[in-house]
Design a protein around this ligand. Structure first.
Ligand code: ZN
Length: 254
């Protein structure tokens, strides 16, 4: 399997080798390390250099946009993409309309500019959308993101949004909410399996007292197992299909 979206670079360096080992034992072949800031792009690139299994996403997260995007930042992002052949996606970019998020003008500009970058570099986009699905899809369409495709990350929306995302040439990325969100469990039955990819969005979760419960790429197994139960299909077949979907989407992966 390929975990198409994680924040593994936020884990302590000393933990990463064990996290990788546990992921491999659970059947994870590749882990994509998404970035959120310039600093995390650098960390992510370093990890992809150190570990065969890790590939990088480059991008600025809408929640972390402290300043408007400018030429200097864009040049930097572009150079990150060009310095390593392990950059396989522009991620994590998007829109977040929760309260107390960065100014919307700053978010829109950063999103548009980073989509332009991905189209220019022919890199798929793995995007974030919170309380902003219609606007996120509008911007992706206007900026011709269908030329590169990618996935809507941490999908929890309804079938109508899923269909719009697929029509735009993107996949639906399913994460841990599938384990207990019964509405999502019903929605996923209506999504074509050849448009589904899997992710954990793994990141340190100090608010959970039990370290065992922190999300790691190894939990991709649990998500695939749940999906096989919901769709009443063989687990191996589900893992193979979602792997092939991810592989096709991230064509630069090998
Ligand atoms: Zn994320």
């Amino acid at each position: 399997m390929i975990d198409i979206h994680t924040h593994i670079s936020e884990y302590e360096e000393t933990e990463i080798i064990q996290i990788i080992k546990r992921a491999q034992s659970a059947g994870v072949k590749n882990i994509i390390s998404a970035s959120t800031t310039i600093n995390s792009c650098e960390k992510s690139l370093l990890l992809s250099k150190q570990y065969d299994i890790i590939y990088s996403g480059i991008g600025l997260h809408p929640m972390d946009l402290t300043n408007p995007i400018n030429e200097k930042i864009l040049t930097k992002l572009e150079s990150f993409c060009k310095t390593s052949n392990k950059v396989v996606t522009i991620s994590e970019i998007g829109l977040d309309f929760l309260e107390n998020m960065p100014d919307r003008k700053i978010q829109y500009d950063a999103f548009r500019e980073q989509i332009k970058l991905s189209v220019r570099l022919n890199l798929p986009i793995i995007f974030h959308s919170r309380n902003a699905d219609i606007e996120t899809l509008r911007i992706l369409k206007e900026e011709q993101a269908y030329k590169v495709g990618g996935a809507m990350h941490y999908f929890q929306s309804d079938i109508d949004i899923a269909n719009k995302v697929i029509d735009l040439g993107f996949n639906i990325s399913i994460a841990k909410p599938l384990l207990n969100n019964t509405v999502l469990q019903e929605t996923v039955k209506q999504i074509p399996l050849n448009n589904i990819v899997l992710e954990t969005d793994a990141a340190p979760q100090p608010f959970k007292k039990n370290r065992e419960k922190w999300t790691e790429p190894r939990h991709l197994y649990n998500i695939s197992k749940k999906l096989s139960e919901i769709l009443n299909q063989d687990l191996h077949e589900i893992q193979k299909m979602t792997y092939e979907n991810s592989y096709k989407m991230l064509s630069k992966i090998y």
